[in-house]
Design a protein around this ligand. Structure first.
Ligand code: PGA
Length: 263
């Protein structure tokens, strides 16, 4: 009884590298090879790399059969049709992607991606067997400063996921990324991050129930995590990390993954 009524702790952590548009094809392949060998014996958690769209296929070929999984940074919500410049979930799956980032704040800001689109993308990805959405949420500095964070997070979750039916075999990762911490070099205070993760999990509990929260969801943190501060995020409420800058170097990224998965 108690088991179904409390948030599950100590789940397998997932560490996701978001390479953004930081590397060209050549450097993506070099780094993918380094990551593959660095993580060859890593068994403490799941590791995912999200290169840019053009590098996906070749990075996937390098990672094939290894411990490191492939993810994309964006996707469209339709399966097929006249959608110039877009990529379908099915095509991502076909080239070996198992994960896809949806609604990163840089897309919300730079190409006006909104939560209506994020909802449609999440739904399409959930309906693609074997593909897991990484849905990004997070408040901006002004919202944080004026104590509106809890409300903003609940609202974003509602807009991104409200009304979705989650089936037994489907998984969703919610990436909590306070916009003001991304790429700033200053991560969030650990107690604050822990608190925000609790709020997100309680909201998901209200939306989907504890059983689905525990089985189908992970909630991870992103925003200026590095080997220097990652220890602070080793909390039972934080199920993993979305890492930008610190994922552009195999040694550094390995340290981050190693520390966050240490007991
Ligand atoms: P950062 O990026 O680690 O460089 O702050 C995180 C992200 O945007 O996913």
């Amino acid at each position: 009884m108690a088991k179904n009524n409390s948030i599950k702790k100590g789940v397998e952590k997932i560490i996701i590298a978001n390479w953004k548009m930081q590397l060209d094809l050549k450097d993506s392949l070099i780094l993918a090879k380094k990551m593959k060998s660095k993580f060859a014996k890593f068994k403490k958690g799941k590791v995912v790399i999200c290169p840019d769209l053009v590098s996906l296929r070749d990075v996937g070929a390098i990672l094939k059969g290894s411990n490191v999984k492939l993810g994309a940074q964006n996707v469209f919500w339709e399966e097929k049709g006249p959608y110039t410049g877009e990529i379908s979930p099915r095509t991502l799956k076909d080239i070996g992607c198992e994960y896809v980032i949806i609604g990163h704040s840089e897309r919300r800001k730079n190409v006006a991606e909104n939560y209506e689109m994020i909802y449609k993308k999440t739904k399409a990805v959930l309906n693609t067997d074997g593909l897991t959405p990484i849905v990004c949420i997070g408040e901006n500095w002004d919202e944080r400063k004026t104590d509106r964070r809890d409300f903003v997070l609940a609202e974003q979750l509602q807009q991104a996921l409200g009304g979705l039916e989650i089936f037994d075999n489907q998984r969703i990762i919610v990436a909590y990324e306070p916009i003001w911490a991304i790429g700033s070099g200053t991560a969030m205070e650990p107690q604050e991050a822990d608190y925000a993760h609790k709020i997100i999990k309680l909201t998901l509990n209200n939306m989907f129930g504890m059983q689905i929260l525990n089985k189908n969801f992970k909630v991870i943190y992103g925003g200026s995590v590095s080997s220097k501060n990652v220890k602070d995020f080793n909390s039972e409420n934080i199920d993993g990390l979305l890492v930008g800058g610190a994922s552009l170097n195999a040694e550094e990224f390995y340290k981050v993954a190693d520390i966050i998965t240490s007991k």
